[in-house]
Write a protein of this length. Structure first.
Length: 126
């Protein structure tokens, strides 16, 4: 596993062997300066992966997401880079999940929400 970025708001790792990106969203995304490098960090991760890659997003540590436009922008870049599908893991129904669902519909990305990491990984492995 290779770490691309790791800060108070997100961690991005890639497994070239699995052709998978692992994201962890953390804290409250309230100020643009806190996630200013988000898109660039994703571009660096995409460069490590082949078309048909998958993404596992652990949203459980996230408290609030006001900057949804950053996520939408990165999803569009993921589609252009050749993503196959993404799995999002939550600890419960939440406003963040509803926001993410709305963004996914808007971008057209193939994504599914889960409440267990193992189920998400199994779906990505299909």
């Amino acid at each position: 596993m290779k770490t691309i970025a790791d800060n108070d708001f997100y961690r991005i790792e890639v497994s070239e062997a699995k052709n998978r990106m692992y994201l962890t969203y953390r804290g409250s995304w309230m100020r643009e300066k806190d996630v200013a490098a988000f898109a660039d960090d994703h571009e660096r991760a995409f460069a490590c992966l082949q078309k048909g890659f998958t993404v596992l997003v652990d949203v459980r540590p996230m408290v609030a997401m006001l900057l949804t436009d950053y996520v939408e922008k990165v999803q569009r870049k993921a589609i252009a880079a050749g993503i196959k599908k993404a799995a999002r893991v939550y600890d419960r129904e939440s406003f963040i999940k509803l926001q993410s669902d709305r963004i996914n519909v808007k971008t057209g990305i193939t994504s599914h929400a889960f409440y267990e990491m193992e189920s998400a990984e199994a779906w990505l492995d299909e």
